[in-house]
Design a protein around this ligand. Structure first.
Ligand code: PMP
Length: 427
């Protein structure tokens, strides 16, 4: 049993000693003390079904024993030295990661976060092309350092600092976008930005395949092939941000970009790659990677033995436990059940996503698509009381984000939907 400080005591310390910009979910914030696979436990030992997984991060399950063993064993042996010496963990993990990539994408740079990975990817694109302009999508989230904050396109996450060199293209959002599900029509905006907003040559394009923070928006079919074509014609590199949609989460494919049948030049990842330990990576081709030999690129903790040993264990668990297949089977079952729920509850405007990356958008008016933000918060609170945790997001904060650990079962899905149903019925 837990014997540490209570939630109230932590809250008091947090308000005194931690960032004043920290926010929390729930009227009475949860004090989470333990995790086990798809469950989290609070200070009183109460169990919650976790359908958020630390923002699509915990892929194998909380404290998965095989991942924990790998981390502990490596920690006992060597926790840190530096990449100027040799160690097998980083090389083994790089090789294993490269084996999951298509084509010539096989050179791995390790970082500690998604922000760092995207910063590095954008720098590589700029160095390789000798151009500065990057195109990203409205409603995207790519990180919170100066460069990636520029690529991020939601005012909620942008501070007033210089964020230069990024253009934001129309978002191919099938629910709210003006062209519905016609991906090719939205992609014309990428060509127009190149034609009217740049010299005609660009450094690159960065996008998620399914926008996570933006409220689980799956890019309209046909968008990425058309956008990539324009970018490649303008000499740019295409960067796939797989921080949320990667690592088997979407079920149908291992990587999000594969669902649109495109071949990026650079792929970035974080979150799921480490099942909760700080780890990120950039993968590109040997030819593109060469640009970093012009100077030194160094990252103290990037690729450290503990995180790379953990990362390798994560990949092994995904394969051994067939988590991609599970995400596909359980995810489509859950989506079907959510679609059925939509028929019952007028307030559900849209159910979307793939595998175990699903979104449910609440609107108070179907025609106007008026965001029902307060209702989302209320339902979340009710669901928590019934033992289920879910995320929220989207520019208007009116979308439930359902991104559970990939070991989620059909029974968990039933429980989740029944609880959501009950909470919606009480609105
Ligand atoms: N890209 C995407 C798609 C993300 O969702 C996030 C984090 N929410 C990031 C990049 C940044 O990752 P990190 O918080 O690890 O810096």
């Amino acid at each position: 049993p837990y014997s540490g400080p209570s939630g109230d005591e932590i809250l008091k310390k947090r308000s005194e000693f931690l960032s004043p910009s920290l926010f929390h979910f729930y009227k009475k914030p949860l004090n989470i003390t333990d995790g086990k696979m798809q469950y989290l436990f609070d200070e009183e030992g109460r169990r919650y079904l976790d359908a958020f997984a630390g923002i699509a991060t915990v892929c194998c399950g909380h404290c998965h024993p095989e991942v924990i063993d790998a981390i502990i064993n490596q920690t006992k042996r060597l926790q840190h030295s530096t990449v100027v010496y040799l160690n097998h963990t980083i090389a083994d993990f790089a090789e294993a990661l490269a084996s999951k990539m298509p084509g010539d994408l096989k050179v791995v740079f390790f970082t500690n976060s998604g922000t760092e990975a995207n910063e590095l990817a954008m720098m590589i694109a700029r160095l390789y092309t000798g151009c500065n302009d990057i195109i990203s999508l409205r409603n995207s989230y790519h990180g919170n350092a100066a460069g990636t904050m520029g690529a991020t396109a939601q005012s909620n996450w942008k501070f007033n600092i210089i964020q230069a060199g990024v253009h934001h293209a129309q978002n191919p959002d099938p629910y709210r976008g003006i062209f519905g599900s016609d991906g090719e029509k939205y992609a014309k905006d990428v060509q127009e930005i190149i034609d009217y907003g740049t010299s005609g040559q660009v450094a690159g394009f960065i996008s998620e395949a399914i926008q996570g923070v933006g409220g689980v928006v799956e890019l309209a079919a046909g968008y990425l092939p058309a956008a990539y074509k324009s970018i490649k014609k303008a000499g740019g590199l295409c960067i796939a941000d797989e921080v949320q949609s990667g690592f088997a989460r979407i079920g149908s494919h291992f990587w999000g970009f594969e669902s649109q049948d495109v071949m990026p030049d650079i792929v970035t990842m974080a979150k799921g790659i480490g099942n909760g330990i700080p780890l990120g990576a950039v993968i590109t081709t040997p030819e593109i990677a060469e640009v970093l030999t012009r100077r030194s690129y160094f990252n103290t903790f990037g690729g450290n033995p503990v995180c790379t040993a953990g990362g390798l264990a994560v990949l092994k668990v995904i394969e051994k436990e067939r988590l991609q297949e599970n995400a596909c089977v359980v995810g489509s079952y859950l989506k079907d059940r959510l679609k059925a729920l939509q028929k019952k509850h007028e307030i559900i405007g849209d159910v979307r996503g793939r595998g175990l990356m699903l979104g449910v958008e609440l609107v108070s008016d179907h025609q106007l698509k008026t965001p029902a933000k307060a209702e989302v918060s209320h339902v979340m609170d009710q669901m928590k009381e019934m033992g289920v945790l879910v995320g929220k997001g989207g520019f208007y904060g009116n979308v439930f984000r359902i991104t559970p650990p990939l070991c989620f079962t059909k029974e968990d899905s039933d429980f989740f939907v029944d609880v959501m149903d009950l909470a919606l019925s009480k609105l």
